[in-house]
Design a protein around this ligand. Structure first.
Ligand SMILES: Nc1nc2c(ncn2[C@@H]2O[C@H](COP(=O)(O)OP(=O)(O)OP(=O)(O)O)[C@@H](O)[C@H]2O)c(=O)[nH]1
Ligand SMILES: [Mg+2]
Length: 461
C-alpha cells in the first residue's frame, strides 16, 4: 500500500444515515495543518491544547463559503487511536454536509481512508495487536450486548494474552531443546521426552478448549439459528411474529400459508437469535408447497435448535407423528412446544402430553408461556456453561484456523516423541506451532495477511 503511514487519511466515521451528527476523522502528519486551513474558530488552531474540543466553522478557503458550524477535537500523537496526530470534526448530521466537508478535505491534501485503515494504523503503530484489531471489527458488527462483551474482552487483549502466553511457553521449550543440542558439554537440565510430553500436552489441552469454544463464539457473533417447525396451522408464523415483536410473517387460518423460509433476527435475553419460520410439514401435491416442505426439512438439519410446534386445538395427529419421527435424530436440539392452549380442550392437550411429556405449553394468542420458552431457548444456548464474562471465546475464523494448525503441529510433535524421534526433529513441529500462534496476534505475519484482514473493515473505522 502506498503512503502507508506518511499520508494523512480521512473518512466519515459514523454510520451512514440520518444521525444527529456525523464525525469526520483525520489521521496522519498533515492532520493539523489541513484542519487549520479549513477551520476558523477562536484563536489559532495550532495553539489549541491537545485533547480539547473547540467550536468554530468550516470554511472553504477558495471562496470563503461557510459549510457548517462544527466542534473540532484536536488530539496530538501519540495518545490517540492511531498514535498519529488526529482531528475529529463533529458536523451536523446528514450525508450532504459531511460529504461536502470531506470533499473539501480531499481537495486540501487528505487521502480517503481505505476500509479499516484507522485501525490498521493503530496496529502498525503498535497500539493494538492483530487480534484486538479484529475485535474492533467484531464490535462494530456485533448485534447484542453479549456479543459486544466478548468483542470488548478481546479488545482488552484477553485472547492475545492467552495466545502469547502459550506461544512463549513453546518458544521457551525450543530454547531449552536447542541449549541441550548445541551445548551438550554444559550441565544444563536435560530435556527428557517425558517432561516435554507433559508440557506439550498442557498447551495442547488449552488450544483444544479455545477451539471448542469457537462454535459458541460464532453463535454469539452471528446468532444461533432456531428453526420453527410443525404441521400447517400450528401457529409457527404467529410465534415468529411474537418473538420478533413485529408482524414479519403472514398469518392466516388457511393451512399451508407459509411456503418459503423466512428469517428474522431477534434478541432473546441478550442472545442474538436467527429465527427461521418454515412451511408446515405435510404430504402435499402442491408443487410450491412441496419445495417449501423440503426446505423446512433441510433447515431442521442445519439449525442449532429446533422448536417443534404442536397444536392443542387439533390434538396429536398423524402429521405430528410423522414429524416426530423426522425430528427424532435431532432430539438433543429440539424443544417441544404446544401452542393454542387457550382452546382448553383438555383431552386434545392430554393426547399431546401423553406422547411428549415435557412439552412446553404456550398460547401466542393469550401471550402465555412465551417467557418460559424464551428462557428455555436461552438456557439451551448457555447449557455448555460458557461464562462469557470470564471465558476467552474465539469468535474469529482466522483465529480458529491458526489455533487448529498449531494444535495439529503439537499433535505431530507428540507423535514424534512417541516414535522415539530425536529432539531436533520434534523441535520442527514445536516451532511451527509457535509460529501459528504468532499469526493470531500478528507477531510474525506477512504484509499480505495484514492487508487482507484490514480490507474487511468499513471505511472510517
Ligand atoms: N386460538 C389460538 N389461535 C392461534 C394461536 N396462535 C396462532 N393461532 C391461529 O392459528 C392460525 C394459524 O397460524 P399461523 O401462525 O399462520 O400458523 P403456521 O403454523 O404458520 O401455519 P402454516 O404457515 O400454514 O404452516 C391463525 O389463524 C392464527 O391466528 C393461539 O395461541 N391460539
Ligand atoms: Mg406459517
Amino acid at each position: 500500500m502506498e503512503g502507508l503511514l506518511t499520508d494523512t487519511i480521512g473518512a466519515i466515521s459514523t454510520a451512514v444515515g440520518n444521525a444527529g451528527i456525523s464525525i469526520i476523522r483525520l489521521s496522519g502528519p498533515e492532520a493539523f495543518s489541513v484542519a487549520s486551513k479549513i477551520f476558523k474558530g477562536k484563536g489559532n488552531f495550532y495553539e489549541y491544547p491537545s485533547h480539547t474540543v473547540n467550536y468554530g466553522k468550516i470554511i472553504d478557503p477558495d471562496n470563503n463559503d461557510i459549510i457548517d458550524e462544527v466542534l473540532i477535537t484536536k488530539m496530538a500523537a501519540p495518545r490517540t487511536y492511531t498514535r498519529e496526530d488526529t482531528v475529529e470534526i463533529n458536523c451536523h448530521g446528514g450525508y450532504v454536509t459531511a460529504s461536502r466537508i470531506l470533499d473539501l478535505l480531499y481537495r486540501n491534501g487528505i487521502r480517503p481512508a481505505e476500509p479499516g485503515e484507522f485501525t490498521r494504523r493503530a496496529f502498525l503503530n503498535g497500539r493494538i495487536d492483530l487480534a484486538q484489531a479484529e475485535a474492533v471489527m467484531d464490535l462494530i458488527a456485533s448485534r447484542t450486548e453479549k456479543s459486544s462483551k466478548v468483542a470488548v474482552s478481546q479488545l482488552e487483549g484477553r485472547l492475545s494474552e492467552k495466545v502469547n502466553n502459550l506461544r512463549r511457553q513453546l518458544v521457551e521449550m525450543l530454547a531449552s531443546i536447542e541449549v541441550n543440542l548445541d551445548y551438550p558439554e554444559y550441565d544444563f537440565e536435560e530435556v527428557t521426552a517425558d517432561a516435554l510430553t507433559t508440557k506439550i500436552r498442557s498447551i495442547y489441552d488449552e488450544l483444544k478448549n479455545l477451539i471448542e469454544g469457537f462454535h459458541f463464539g460464532k453463535i454469539l457473533r452471528e446468532g444461533m439459528e432456531v428453526a420453527i417447525i410443525g404441521k400447517p396451522n400450528a401457529g409457527k408464523s404467529s410465534l415468529l411474529n411474537r418473538l420478533s415483536g413485529r408482524n414479519r410473517a403472514i398469518v392466516t387460518d388457511i393451512p399451508g400459508t407459509t411456503r418459503d423460509i423466512l428469517e428474522e433476527y431477534v434478541n432473546i435475553l441478550g442472545m442474538p437469535i436467527k429465527l427461521i419460520d418454515t412451511a408446515g410439514l405435510r404430504e402435499t401435491e402442491n408443487k410450491v408447497e412441496k419445495i417449501g416442505v423440503n426446505k423446512a426439512i433441510e433447515v431442521m438439519d442445519s439449525s442449532d435448535l429446533i422448536l417443534f410446534v404442536l397444536d392443542a386445538d387439533s390434538g396429536f395427529e398423524q402429521e405430528d407423528a410423522d414429524i416426530l419421527e423426522k425430528v427424532d435424530k435431532y432430539r438433543d436440539k429440539t424443544i417441544f412446544v404446544v401452542n393454542k392452549t387457550d382452546k382448553k380442550d383438555e383431552d386434545k392437550l392430554n393426547e399431546i402430553k401423553d406422547r411428549i411429556p415435557n412439552v412446553l405449553e404456550i398460547s401466542v394468542l393469550e401471550d402465555s408461556g412465551i417467557n418460559v420458552l424464551e428462557r428455555e431457548i436461552y438456557q439451551y444456548v448457555n447449557k455448555n456453561n460458557i461464562d462469557t464474562d470470564n471465558q476467552i471465546i474465539v469468535t474469529n475464523a482466522r483465529h480458529k484456523k491458526h489455533l487448529q494448525l498449531s494444535f495439529a503441529d503439537l499433535e505431530k510433535a507428540l507423535a514424534a516423541i512417541d516414535a522415539g524421534m530425536t529432539m531436533d526433529v520434534v523441535s520442527i513441529d514445536i516451532k511451527s506451532a509457535a509460529e501459528n500462534l504468532g499469526f493470531i496476534t500478528g507477531h510474525q505475519v506477512s504484509e499480505e495477511v495484514v492487508a487482507n484482514i484490514f480490507e474487511r473493515f468499513c471505511v472510517g473505522k
